[in-house]
Design a protein around this ligand. Structure first.
Ligand SMILES: O=P(O)(O)OC[C@@H](O)[C@@H](O)c1c[nH]c2ccccc12
Length: 275
């Protein structure tokens, strides 16, 4: 059994428990009553290039590292991310391995004016309605966790609700499946969710398979401005950063630095291409 299988087993148990308290019918009504979603595709630059948007993550712990940070006030942390110039806020809601919750999501939603990603292991349409009901604008769809039929239907539902999905990949086959499903935002997670190992070279190896006009995101293991510049040189429109922000004394300044480094690297790549 892989780590991913293990996590998904827990996610399904917790989901069954929530469904005993709130029916699909009820969560649908709550979702439809929520304020309209914000446009994350636009916030991430619409796949145009030239900049690296920062998706800043509220992350308490992880299966690979255990406890990362004692986040007493996720709303205050998200507000500092917004001040630093983050484009989108990511909130982990998986409880067992990441220490997240839907309460964190709702608190962050209320504190910022940016699109908010519900970061979780989506295996059931209920979770998409639930994300919307708690104010999320974006959901994560991990290709490795889904069959093609679910990937398609979850993507369709996301778009019907006016939301975006980040379709997460780690292999060439998964990128091809994401493209075939017509994902408009594709994430390349350089961490293998089956072994938890990080290999930053995975991004450059896959990003060129993503069609123009699609937002492509480098996910995981972004430590510093050099990592951001490296991903920008391989065409990243955005980076998704958790640990480096929650462990930093001044996450706001870190985001500002990352954004500047991404812009400079895109410029340098453009100059190289035109000379
Ligand atoms: O903390 P990091 O290494 O900056 O990583 C953030 C993010 O990419 C990571 O949390 C992540 C990427 N894909 C996921 C899927 C589920 C849970 C978590 C993730």
């Amino acid at each position: 059994m892989t780590v991913l299988d293990d996590i998904i087993g827990g996610v399904r148990e917790d989901l069954a428990e929530r469904r005993r308290h709130v029916s699909l019918e009820q969560i649908r009504q709550d979702a439809l009553a929520a304020p309209a979603p914000l446009d994350a595709f636009a916030a991430l630059g619409g796949g145009l290039g030239g900049e690296v948007a920062v998706i800043a993550e509220v992350k308490r712990s992880s299966p690979s590292k255990g406890a990362l940070a004692d986040i007493a006030d996720p709303a205050a942390l998200a507000a500092s991310y917004e001040r630093g110039g983050a484009a989108v806020i990511s909130v982990l809601t998986e409880a067992r391995r990441f220490g997240g919750s839907l309460a964190d999501l709702a608190a962050v939603r209320a504190a910022v004016g940016l699109p908010v990603l519900r970061k979780d292991f989506t295996v059931d349409e209920y979770q998409i309605w639930e994300a919307r009901a708690h104010g999320a604008d974006v959901v994560l769809l991990i290709v490795a966790a889904l069959g093609d039929d679910d990937l398609r239907s979850f993507l369709d539902l996301t778009h019907e609700l006016g939301m975006n999905a980040i379709v997460e990949t780690h292999t060439e086959g998964e990128v091809r499946r994401a493209v075939a499903a017509e994902a408009s935002i594709i994430g390349v997670n350089v961490r293998n969710l089956k072994t938890l190992e990080i290999d930053r070279r995975v991004f450059a190896g896959l990003a060129h398979l993503v069609p123009a006009g699609t937002v492509v995101i480098a996910e995981s293991g972004v430590r510093d401005v050099d990592d951001v510049a490296g991903y920008a040189a391989s065409g990243a429109n955005a980076v998704l950063v958790g640990e480096a922000l929650v462990r930093h004394a001044d996450p706001s300044a870190t985001i500002t630095e990352f954004t500047a480094a991404g812009r400079a690297a895109w410029q340098a790549a453009g100059v190289a291409a035109n000379s």
